[in-house]
Design a protein around this ligand. Structure first.
Ligand code: PBG
Length: 332
């Protein structure tokens, strides 16, 4: 190496700080957060005129089918395009009978949303845990969830959501073969155009705690490790995603998001389907709680969280902070 070459490619010739000035930083930014990619989860319960704060999720509320329209309209105003609905029925039973009821809370909310806000994309969560008295995600039989008996219940739930007008159904139960069962049932019902966003790699995570409060869906007996994935496994996630792709999923999701960014990034690399990530209730609540204590700036931390999820490869992000983040993105 001659003296003249010595500095090429390193300091002091190279100074990365040159690109970290105002006006240049924005030009070279690799990842952007846009409200176009947000999905805003909404909890719908029975009743009228309901807006019920959820103590474990500051800033998140439960709505009735009428007030959920107001909230979705406000979210549209902030620039959010899509919502994801969860139902909390008045009554629960062994089979989760209210999950596929034509006059169920989700079905009613979907109808009102599509009528009042036709341009809003309505996604519905398809699972039984909010509807069963035991809180398991399927038919509970001798201390375990009966996989194949559950498929039929999931499929008819998905069809009832599609018939109410849902654009996308999102099975979140983690039963084997559910994507194929849902696709077949939708097609048989003439709903070929309804898309499936599958919660393909969903882990048995402690970060769902606040959600189970919000949806009143914590299992009474046992846990969900018999169907949700072991947090220790990453290769298995690729296998789960592959199966859902083969069964006809249109989009796949990794959940939770931040503790599983490695999984998200390999799913994005291995598959060509749109990839979603769910920044779940516990991830949201931790940031809000620290913000309330004054330990960090929660608006900035929430943005950074979603930015990291996008950087890891998510095309769309499910986030309870969708409205705040959309407003922030618009304000620049
Ligand atoms: C239903 C479902 C859950 C979540 C989304 N769909 C709960 C669970 O599996 O226990 C969690 C979402 C969140 O924590 O924000 N099965």
């Amino acid at each position: 190496m001659t003296d003249g070459e010595k500095h090429v490619g390193s300091f002091p010739t190279v100074r990365p700080r040159r690109l970290r000035r105002d006006g240049v930083r924005e030009l070279v930014r690799e990842t952007r957060v846009s409200p176009d990619e947000f999905v805003y989860p909404l909890f719908v319960r029975a009743g009228e005129g309901v807006r019920e704060p959820i103590s474990s999720m500051p800033g998140v509320e439960r709505f009735s089918p009428d007030t959920v329209v107001e909230e979705a309209r406000a979210a549209r105003g902030d620039g959010v395009r899509a919502v994801l609905l969860f139902g909390i029925p008045r009554e629960k039973d062994e089979r989760g009978s209210r999950a596929d009821a034509g006059d169920g809370v989700v079905q009613r909310a979907v109808r009102s949303l599509k009528e009042e806000l036709p341009e809003l994309t309505v996604i519905t969560d398809v699972c039984l845990c909010e509807y069963t008295s035991h809180g398991q995600c399927g038919i509970w039989e001798d201390g375990d969830v009966d996989n194949d008996a559950t498929l039929e219940r999931l499929a008819s739930t998905a069809v009832s959501h599609a018939e109410a007008g849902a654009d996308v159904v999102a099975p979140s139960d983690m039963m084997d073969g559910r994507v194929a069962a849902v696709r077949r049932a939708l097609d048989e019902a003439g709903r070929e155009e309804t898309a499936i966003l599958s919660y393909a790699a969903k882990y048995a995570s402690s970060f769902y705690g606040p959600f189970r409060d919000a949806a009143d869906s914590a299992p009474d007996v046992g846990d969900r490790r018999g169907y949700q994935m072991d947090p220790a496994n990453a290769r298995e996630a690729l296998r789960e995603v592959r199966l859902d792709v083969e069964e006809g999923a249109d989009m796949v999701m990794v959940k939770p998001a931040m503790p599983y960014l490695d999984v998200l990034s390999s799913v994005r690399r291995e598959f060509d389907l749109p990839t979603a990530a769910y920044h779940v209730s516990g991830e949201y609540a931790m940031i809000r709680a620290a913000g309330e204590k004054g330990w960090l700036d929660d608006a900035e931390a929430m943005h950074e969280a979603v930015l990291s999820i996008k950087r890891a490869g998510a095309d769309l992000v499910v986030t309870y902070a969708a409205r705040q983040l959309a407003r922030r993105a618009r304000a620049g």
